[in-house]
Write a protein that binds this ligand. Structure first.
Ligand code: ZN
Length: 391
């Protein structure tokens, strides 16, 4: 954090200087142009005899001299900004360790296939963010060769999300209708929530929309079972259509958070339907990496101090456990709490009779005669009662 502050201080200095120089330059240019214009006028007023008299000569020479002075001064100020900018660079070098590359011994992006994989992840991230033109450029430059059909779902999701942000429910409702069966199969409340927002909107608009709201309420019949309580609230709010929803006990229905919520619900359901993760893999990867990096850096320093030159040998495995947020955990993996190894086909997780799980290798090591003592509880049981777990 302190490193960030140090760099920020330098960056602020540059910004301050830049604004100062910018304002000064603008003012100077205006003055200079004004000055030259007035001199031009003076010159044009004098009788045209194709001959410059001494006065004209003096006028021109002094103008040229002044312009030269000003441009020299401005270019000096410009140079000064450059030196401040380079100070920011130096400050970054000083405050941040740039040698992160050797934290990774395996050349992660060393071959073409892996590079392509990385580019594809970045490409998908742009699509998810709705930056379609940037994604398109990247795909061309990196020869990703992505079929049109792969882009369509993202384009559609972004179009619907953009409409929802404008409080236009139509595209989302249409989408929910088209995917009704699949959405129901995954217990989605998207369609109900969309109708609910539309109804609240009609009630908000007052008595003028009274009949429309009443008519619209018919859409709720299919949700009577699953959303009974919420429907009661909505019907209750209808009583206040004349008085105004905002001054009624149902004012919370107008909370703008409902519109943010619907965007989240839509994204979640649409991603689930398309078999995509809700968060972009790039975002998750980068934030998980940012959590892991300080610990890895520390362990690298310790290993260097103790002169251990081999950092870690196991491929695809970190030398320490990194605690990530639950939202950043993707694959069901089992790391043995005793041997601190990731379970594999040859060393699968085993559930002891007491319910605790350890890897098979640990189990074999802990067997004492015909008994095994659980390292956790510690209940004794027979190793034969241990069952393999399948994740
Ligand atoms: Zn146990």
């Amino acid at each position: 954090m302190e490193a960030c502050m140090n760099v920020e201080r330098e960056a602020d200095k540059v910004l301050g200087k830049f604004h100062g120089v910018w304002n000064h330059a603008e003012r100077t240019f205006d003055e200079m142009i004004e000055n030259l214009a007035s001199r031009q006028e003076e010159l044009s007023k004098s009788p045209c005899d194709d001959q410059f008299n001494l006065f004209h000569n003096h006028l021109l020479l002094s103008s040229i001299k002044r312009v030269r002075e000003i441009t020299t001064r401005l270019s000096n100020e410009h140079k000064d900004i450059h030196s401040s900018v380079s100070k920011v660079g130096k400050s970054i070098d000083k405050n941040f360790v740039s040698e992160l590359i050797d934290l990774n011994q395996d050349p992660t992006y060393g071959n073409e296939d892996r590079m392509k994989l990385l580019n594809t992840v970045v490409f998908e991230h742009f699509l998810r963010q709705g930056m379609l033109d940037i994604a398109e450029n990247l795909s061309q430059e990196a020869n990703l060769d992505v079929p049109e059909s792969a882009k369509e779902p993202f384009v559609e999701i972004n179009r619907i999300l953009a409409a929802l942000k404008e409080r236009n429910l139509e595209p989302a409702l249409q989408w929910a209708l088209n995917h009704r069966d699949q959405l129901r199969a995954q217990n989605s409340s998207l369609e109900f929530k969309l109708h609910r927002l539309r109804f609240i909107e009609l009630v908000r608009l007052g008595p003028e929309k009274q009949y429309e709201a009443l008519f619209y309420a018919r859409n709720f019949s299919q949700f009577a079972g699953a959303h009974e309580k919420e429907l009661q609230v909505l019907m209750g709010s209808f009583l206040y259509i004349r008085q105004g929803l905002e001054v009624s006990p149902y004012a919370r229905l107008l909370d703008p958070i409902n519109w943010l919520d619907i965007c989240d619900v839509f994204t979640q359901d649409a991603c689930a339907l398309l078999g995509l993760s809700i968060e972009s893999p790039l975002t998750v990867g980068v934030s998980a990496g940012a959590i892991a990096l300080p610990a890895l850096q520390k362990i690298k320093q310790v290993m260097q101090q103790r002169q251990c030159h081999v950092m870690w040998t196991a491929k695809d495995e970190l030398p320490i456990e990194v605690e990530l947020e639950p939202s950043q955990r993707y694959h069901s993996i089992f790391a043995c709490p005793i041997l601190r190894q990731q379970a594999s086909e040859n060393n699968p997780p085993m559930r002891l009779a007491c319910g605790h799980a350890i890897s098979r290798d640990s189990l074999n090591k802990l067997i004492n005669g015909s008994k095994i003592k659980c390292p956790y509880c510690p209940v004794e049981s027979s190793p034969n009662d241990a069952k393999q777990l399948h994740l």
